[in-house]
Design a protein around this ligand. Structure first.
Ligand code: NAP
Length: 232
């Protein structure tokens, strides 16, 4: 596939296999039973795109992708052969209106694969600063480019707390509302390590600002564990 490396496909392929194994579907069963409906959130992201694409190619599944915006939907359609009617646009960081109905497209789903993640934006100025330091680093026999000197920020309302915690909780709640019994979260290692480098993304050099993406992901995982006890 043009959009991914083999290593980044491994978690996605493993997920699709896990879905098949967990459902205990033999090939014969899969052929004789109606396709199982799977919702893939963050479907336009690196991982979500692979999961969405692999499930879509498999006739045992009917797949719906959830994307943040129409722009993300268009981007996904450039890379994966799918129609707009297989995609649902929803910003998980936005608070849903009271009494909002569950859209028809999502009804009857058997499983949800959560692949959303807050997307950091790189500060071009910080990249420029590090590039300008290259000659000095070379003279000092240090690695030429100091990647940890790059700075990132999250768009307003799209930080890890809003996307990876609040947004993920909303997805779990939606799964519950839809009667989905099987939720797979594509999360990350390091959720118990506040000093993990990924937690510093979005913070300034003094450690202030948005960040802690792994810690927020971990909190959302715990929420899923708590909630799933009540509806499995
Ligand atoms: N990439 C890897 O190699 C890898 C490996 C292991 C685990 N993981 C885990 O897999 C998960 C996904 O990572 P990724 O690398 O695929 O991330 P990614 O490429 O940045 O994709 C994140 C996806 O989340 C969507 N999103 C962000 N905010 C949203 C919002 N408010 N509402 C709806 N959708 C939103 C993005 O939509 P837009 O397209 O509109 O920005 C994008 O589709 C993460 O938990 C990560 O830790 C990734």
């Amino acid at each position: 596939m043009a959009f991914s490396t083999l290593s980044s496909m491994v978690p996605a392929i493993a997920l699709v296999l896990a879905l098949a194994v967990l459902w205990g579907s033999s090939i014969a069963e899969a052929l004789s039973s109606p396709p199982r409906k799977v919702l893939v959130t963050g479907a336009s992201g690196r991982t979500g795109k692979i999961v969405f694409s692999l499930l879509k190619e498999n006739p045992s599944y009917s797949t719906v992708g959830l994307v943040r915006s129409e722009a993300s939907a268009k981007q996904l359609m450039k890379n994966v052969d799918c129609d707009l009617d297989q995609l649902f646009v929803s910003d998980v960081a936005a608070v849903p209106e009271d009494g909002e109905d569950v859209p028809q497209l999502l009804k009857g789903a058997d499983a949800m694969v959560i692949c959303t993640s807050a997307v950091p934006r790189i500060s071009k100025m910080s990249v420029l600063k590090q590039i300008l330091k290259i000659p000095l680093n070379v003279v000092r026999r240090k690695p030429p480019l100091y990647f940890r000197g790059f700075r990132f920020h999250y768009a307003e309302g799209q930080n890890p707390e809003m996307v990876d915690y609040e947004g993920q909780k909303r997805q779990v709640d939606l799964a519950k509302k839809l009667g989905i019994k099987h939720v797979v979260v594509v999360s990350s290692m390091g959720g118990t390590d506040p000093d993990n480098f990924l937690n510093s993304i979005g913070k300034d050099k003094d450690g202030n600002g948005d960040g802690d993406i792994l810690l927020w992901k971990r909190k959302a995982e715990k929420y899923l564990v708590e909630v799933s006890l009540s509806f499995h």
